[in-house]
Design a binder for this molecule. Structure first.
Ligand code: GTP
Ligand code: MG
Length: 348
């Protein structure tokens, strides 16, 4: 089942469709529902927060005075929620519950509610519109952030939804990068457009769009080389890729996805700034949340930039990425069982 919406007005999946997804899976790993994956993936972040809060409150209750609020603010910062988001969360908690005696679980529930509210406006599944034929997605980010793997995951989901996918091996710097994409193309039964290492990336993107158009392909996913945001030449190359695509279709790329590695924590902010200026980033995908206690970074990104967060990655396999759902994320981050989340897509 698709977790990418096929169009902005596509209906949410039914409960039957959702359970069919897990029922159809084979290995034990696939059978674990998405919510379990998300909760497990955010385990490091949620234990850091839970341990911090329980260390402060103990097994009983604690009065919410200024000192307690200050300590809670520090705990939120340790999970990379960032100073401004942490201050906002604590101020809101103080407004509602100042001087009351709260248990550890109540504090986590209060924070989860406010975090969910911050995330709600940015939790938007990517809307692939097959009417664009192809819908063009340019994938950008620094070295090793998870771009190529993300393309594989997106392709898997779209193929499962019955869309045809072409991948463009726009990381022309390394032969290994082209091979890595080729493997994902084979695994997902996608077409691939590649050239020899050293070829011009913009020229390749141009050819790939032409081919995808001629072949009537639904979705074109363009991989790019990882680049440090301060290397002007490489950043200029991204702008060139966009210019060249627009010669064929002035609305392309329909999406520019910035892939961020959550393990870098607050450094993700400077990456957003640099890539947004250079390539008109339209949305974010945050990966490697399973390898870090910095899961709060998604909340601080949401608060600061307001860019759509389309999906999060909690592992290396094709099943480890789903659309971003605000309440699920907020509750998992706070180590709570899932509540209801209207934006959930493909939850098990
Ligand atoms: N644990 C975990 N690993 C991930 C995730 N996403 C990607 N990876 C791993 O991170 C490493 C880098 O991923 P790539 O997809 O190659 O990253 P990239 O951005 O394409 O890298 P460059 O092309 O070198 O810039 C690989 O070993 C992936 O398997 C994730 O969500 N969780
Ligand atoms: Mg890559």
């Amino acid at each position: 089942m698709a977790w990418f919406r096929r169009g902005k007005d596509a209906p949410a999946p039914t409960a039957e469709q959702e359970s069919a997804e897990t029922d159809g899976a084979t290995g034990p790993a696939q059978k674990r529902g998405w919510l379990t994956r998300l909760r497990d993936g955010l385990g490091r972040s949620s234990s850091r927060l839970a341990e911090g809060i329980s260390g402060l409150v103990g097994g009983g209750r604690r009065r919410l005075d200024d000192d307690t609020l200050e300590e809670l603010e520090d705990i939120l910062i340790t999970a990379d929620l960032g100073p401004s988001t942490a201050a906002r969360l604590v101020a809101e908690l103080g407004k509602r519950r100042f001087d009351q005696e709260l248990s550890e679980a109540e504090i986590r529930t209060e924070f989860a509610g406010d975090i969910g509210a911050i995330l709600e406006p940015v939790a938007r599944p990517l809307a692939v519109d097959p009417a664009n034929r192809p819908h063009v997605v340019l994938v950008v980010g620094v070295n090793g952030s998870g771009k190529t793997t993300t393309i594989g995951k997106l392709a898997r989901n779209q193929r499962d939804a019955g869309l045809t996918v072409t991948m463009a091996a726009g990381d022309t710097f390394r032969a290994a990068a082209i091979d890595q994409l080729r493997i994902w193309a084979e695994r997902t039964d996608s077409a691939i457009v590649a050239r020899d290492p050293g070829a011009d990336a913009a020229g390749l993107a141009f050819d790939a769009l032409k081919q995808a158009q001629e072949g009537g392909c639904d979705l074109l996913l363009i991989d790019t080389a990882g680049r440090l945001q301060n290397k002007k030449e490489l950043m200029d190359e991204l702008a060139k890729i966009v210019r060249v695509l627009r010669k064929i279709d002035e609305r392309a790329p329909h999406d520019v996805l910035l892939v961020l590695d959550a393990t870098v924590g607050q450094n993700a902010h400077s990456q957003v700034e640099a890539f947004r200026d250079m390539a008109d980033v339209t949305g974010l995908i945050v990966t490697k949340l399973d390898g870090t206690a910095r899961g709060g970074v998604v909340v601080s990104l949401a608060e600061k930039f307001g860019l759509p967060v389309h999906a999060v990655g909690v592992g290396e396999s094709a099943e480890d990425m789903r659309p971003f759902a605000a309440q699920d994320y907020a509750r998992s981050l706070m180590g709570l069982a899932p509540g209801t989340d209207e934006n959930r897509d493909g939850a098990a």
